[in-house]
Design a protein around this ligand. Structure first.
Ligand SMILES: [Zn+2]
Length: 447
């Protein structure tokens, strides 16, 4: 049993409060170490660096890091299914040392396989332990994981980290939603982790199928992961009110690790776990690295300690923005304002206006008249961009529907500067998702 002092607000008080100077020194040393490791151990990385005319010794400062070529997900797809099968030559350890197989969800194409050693797996748990502790998880919590564990990394590391910090951990694996809610009620779970979409769906099921008010369960904190939402204020508020619980955001990915977390201070952003990750923000137009707050860009990230299939300057496609404010939790780690505010793939121009799907979610979830689900479709009609928005309502009077439609259109116009064709559906009729909700469809991309 690891000794833990419950009153200390940090999982690792030393790392989480390092001075910026010491933190950056640590990041540089770790970056040099992982770069050297990949250069020596993997043909994929060595070829990448050699083609850029770079040797690890060239990196002498954090500013030099940008000289290292980025790795795109498509590059990882290309090297895979080759020897050593199935990871290909990006693998940096003998196959015998691999203990974990995971794969990406494949939402954007062929899934990418991810190898981890036991050392990597302990690192995953340590990353998650940092975030759970920061969100107030303590050994007296009984944590429920309402998630179908499988080949995706989702919530596996959360499970191990929950155990590592001493929580009693209850796997909700193969149970269906109703059985999960009943089990949470039966054991008196105090915390849970799921995607924001699923947390909202569970509340629906609890009320409509079981006659249980989720606020009457004992859940006092919910960690959301897998998709944005917990930092979209209207979504956070909706979940917090339904469950009478604090809702926290977390961000990570199979190829990267658990890199970002909202802390108990809830200052409206995600901390980067900078002792374990090096996060850079790249300007979407110029490709330059953004070092000052105020401009969003694409997150390029390095997992500083992951050894089997390392993540060095990975192009995450997540859009983030540095916060100019300090969080009052005392951590020295950078804060990304509003968390992951979009995906480079999803942010699209409609009628010449930049549209982030999260902005639409913000509006829909801020209107109590509307259900939790929605769906956005962008297409072309007579060569003009057209947006349809499907929402759920619980009323059927024509007058009331027109009032809601007017209010929704006005709010959307204010927040996104665009007009929408609104379609109403009965509550509970739009598709529900457990992971990776597919609510935004851009049909123009299919030509
Ligand atoms: Zn904080």
């Amino acid at each position: 049993m690891i000794f833990v002092n419950k009153s200390i607000p940090y999982w690792n008080p030393y790392l989480e409060t390092l001075s910026r100077e010491d933190l950056e020194e640590l990041q540089l040393r770790k970056f040099q170490r992982i770069l050297d490791w990949t250069y020596k151990q993997s043909k994929f990385h060595r070829t990448l660096y050699q083609n850029a005319g770079l040797v690890p010794h060239d990196i002498k400062s954090l500013d030099d890091v940008r000289l290292v070529p980025k790795v795109e997900k498509s590059m990882m797809r290309d090297v895979q299914r080759k020897e050593p099968f199935p990871y290909g030559d990006a693998l940096c350890v003998p196959l015998d040392e691999v203990t974990e197989f995971r794969q990406t969800s494949g939402t954007t194409g062929q899934p990418v396989y991810q190898a981890d050693t036991w050392q990597d797996w302990e690192w995953w748990a340590e990353c998650w332990a940092t975030l759970l502790w920061a969100q107030g998880y303590r050994p007296d919590d009984r944590v429920f994981l309402p998630f179908g564990y499988n080949v995706f990394v989702a919530f596996w590391a959360a499970h191990y980290a929950s155990e590592k910090i001493g929580c009693e951990t209850v796997p909700g694996g193969i149970l269906d939603t109703q059985a999960r809610i009943l089990k949470m009620q039966e054991v008196g779970a105090t915390a849970m982790m799921a995607t924001p979409t699923y947390v909202l769906g569970m509340a629906d099921t609890a009320v409509n199928k079981l006659g249980i008010d989720p606020a009457q369960l004992h859940i006092n904190k919910i960690t959301c992961a897998g998709e944005p939402g917990a930092l979209i204020l209207s979504t956070k508020k909706r979940i917090e009110e339904l469950w009478k619980a604090k809702v926290f955001d977390h961000s990570g990915a199979t190829e990267i690790g658990a890199w970002g977390f909202e802390c108990a201070s809830q200052s409206g952003g995600l901390h980067v776990n900078e002792a374990m990750f090096l996060a850079e923000i790249e300007d979407l137009d110029t490709g330059q690295i953004i070092t000052e707050p105020g401009k969003p860009g694409k997150l390029v990230i390095t997992a500083l300690d992951r050894i089997a299939q390392p993540c060095v300057r990975f192009d995450s496609k997540d859009i983030v923005e540095l916060d100019s404010c300090q969080c009052n939790c005392g951590r020295t780690y950078k804060l990304f304002k509003g968390g992951v505010i979009g995906r480079a793939d999803d942010i699209t121009k409609v009628k010449g206006v930049l549209l982030a799907p999260s902005a639409i979610e913000g509006v829909v979830r801020s209107m109590p008249e509307l259900g939790n689900e929605y769906e956005v479709t962008v297409d072309k009609r007579k060569d003009i961009d057209h947006i349809s928005l499907k929402v759920e309502v619980g009323v059927s009077s024509e007058g009331e529907l027109r009032r809601i439609e007017g209010k929704l259109k006005t709010e959307l116009r204010l927040k996104t500067n665009l007009g929408y064709d609104i379609q109403f559906f009965q509550l509970g009729t739009l598709p529900r998702y457990e992971v990776k909700a597919k609510r935004f469809k851009d049909l123009r991309k299919k030509g």
